[in-house]
Design a protein around this ligand. Structure first.
Ligand SMILES: NC(=O)c1ccc[n+]([C@@H]2O[C@H](COP(=O)([O-])OP(=O)(O)OC[C@H]3O[C@@H](n4cnc5c(N)ncnc54)[C@H](OP(=O)(O)O)[C@@H]3O)[C@@H](O)[C@H]2O)c1
Length: 242
């Protein structure tokens, strides 16, 4: 692990994921120098209103699990800091960005080390690889469908993970899968890909039972990203998945 990450800022700090990432950082011995959120007096570190305000705390990395607008603001602040001679790396775990919003984040990869990951769990990033392999091995005789489920508070639909599963299948030469989504209760996150032929089917499922898998992955990504050259990175780079 790189020793470069000592100072972490957390955008969306008061949210479900933000609180989990703060706990994960603590377990990993990484200091959260500030949070960025509209609330969060109880978090145990200072909380500021915008990523630009966070720069006075001199973070090495911002982890953003907030909203599309929050992610864009984080990227702009990191790039402004780079222009002033102090690049700040950025891990974006926020999902639900439209193509234009994603482009407004990604353009800053020219100036900063930037990692965009709609799912930071190890299991889901291995799942993408398994889907590509299954698509290539099964060929066009199999139709593909994806079903994803999440807690009732989730704002985007389908999930960023389901969209990344679609992209993995299409990149491996598969047909565009049907995607269905359900929302309810406190489901942390589950995704199944069905490969369907006339008389047989394969189902590949990932179920997260705790948000800690995403939080641990986000902190691992931040530690890996700190001090890297400017550029656009993915979770598979962190995990060494070809
Ligand atoms: N990459 C992954 O592995 C992964 C895993 C789980 C979730 N996610 C994604 O992470 C994001 C957060 O999820 P969550 O469940 O933690 O949501 P959440 O509980 O709603 O937390 C988001 C927090 O960010 C704050 N926020 C949003 N926009 C802001 C802005 N522009 N400025 C300041 N604060 C802002 C919210 O404040 P308000 O409540 O006042 O708006 C809230 O406290 C979602 O996009 C979700 O899909 C990604």
């Amino acid at each position: 692990m790189t020793p470069l990450l000592t100072r972490l800022a957390l955008s969306g700090a008061a949210g479900r994921m933000g609180r989990m990432i703060a706990a994960s950082a603590k377990n990993a011995g990484v200091a959260v120098v500030c949070g960025i959120d509209r609330a969060g007096d109880d978090l145990g570190f200072p909380v500021v209103a915008t990523p630009a305000d966070a720069l006075v705390h001199a973070p090495d990395v911002i982890i953003d699990f907030s909203s599309p607008a929050g992610a864009i603001a984080s990227a702009e602040a990191c790039a402004r800091s780079a222009a002033a001679g102090k690049p700040v790396a950025l891990v974006v775990g926020t999902t639900g960005l439209g193509p234009g919003e994603r482009a407004r984040v990604a353009e800053h990869a020219r100036a900063i080390p930037l990692l965009i990951a709609p799912n930071t769990s190890i299991g889901v990033n291995v799942l993408y690889r398994l889907l590509a392999e299954a698509t290539r091995l099964l060929g066009p005789a199999f139709d593909v469908a994806i079903v994803e489920g999440h807690h009732k508070h989730k704002k985007d639909r389908p999930s960023g993970t389901a969209l990344a599963m679609v992209a993995a299948i299409e990149a491996a030469g598969g047909n565009k899968p049907d995607v269905a989504a359900f929302r309810g209760g406190e489901v942390v996150g589950e995704h199944t890909a069905y490969f369907l032929a006339e008389s047989e089917r394969i189902e590949i499922t990932h179920r997260a039972s705790s948000r800690s898998v995403f939080a641990d992955g986000a902190v691992r990504a931040a530690r890996w990203l700190a001090g890297k050259p400017a550029g656009l990175y993915e979770m598979k780079d962190v995990l060494g998945i070809a």
